[in-house]
Design a protein around this ligand. Structure first.
Ligand SMILES: [Zn+2]
Length: 188
């Protein structure tokens, strides 16, 4: 069983037959729950974490770092969010951060639409069971404006998506010019 001092992979409470990640001890809002590292690929996979246009981290396991990212489920009212960061060598990684205070046994979830412009599981029925469930798992491009606003206030939306949103409204930014345009989106 994959576990660390503070996290464990076990049967998901919200998705029948799937695994999920749970905290083994209480965590404060803003605390980093786990780090997702791995090679950066041009194409997404079911488990990858988007860190920019055409850039997706494929979670990998190391002896000191179980790949909790692979088992972190989507929720429309998540307990955590994903934040893109870089180490001192400039290597990107993702921090999964507690959105609110968590109790031992709480499942770690994040809203895929706060990190992914589109998702490989797009169109799949969401089973999060939250009152605010949007029924279908989708990416940022389909996230309702009211939720974009709420997540933005909470600092939950990845910077590369905010840049893209600015681009879409016609205001080109200097930072977006560094991203090479996506030539193909393999997502249906
Ligand atoms: Zn949902």
């Amino acid at each position: 069983m994959r576990q660390s001092r503070s996290l464990i992979v076990a049967k998901s409470q919200q998705i029948v037959g799937e695994l999920g990640v749970f905290v083994k001890r209480p965590h404060r809002a803003g605390e980093i729950l786990c780090i997702v590292r791995g090679p950066v690929r041009a194409r997404p996979s079911r488990y990858s974490f988007c860190i920019g246009q055409g850039r997706h981290i494929e979670p990998t396991t190391t002896p000191s770092q179980p790949d909790f990212g692979r088992f972190t489920n989507h929720s429309c009212d998540p307990t955590a969010f994903a934040r893109v960061a870089k180490d001192t060598l400039g290597v990107p990684y993702v921090e999964v951060v507690a959105r609110k205070d968590l109790l031992a046994g709480d499942e770690v979830t994040f809203d895929y639409a706060s990190l992914e412009y589109d998702v490989t599981v797009s169109g799949m029925k969401c089973q999060c069971g939250k009152a605010s469930c949007r029924s279908i798992i989708h990416g940022f491009k389909d996230l309702p404006a009211t939720i974009v606003r709420r997540y933005t206030i909470e600092g939950m939306i990845a910077q590369h998506l905010l840049v893209r949103q600015t681009d879409a409204s016609g205001n080109k930014t200097a930072s977006s010019a560094r991203d090479s345009p996506s030539t193909s989106r393999p997502i249906p």
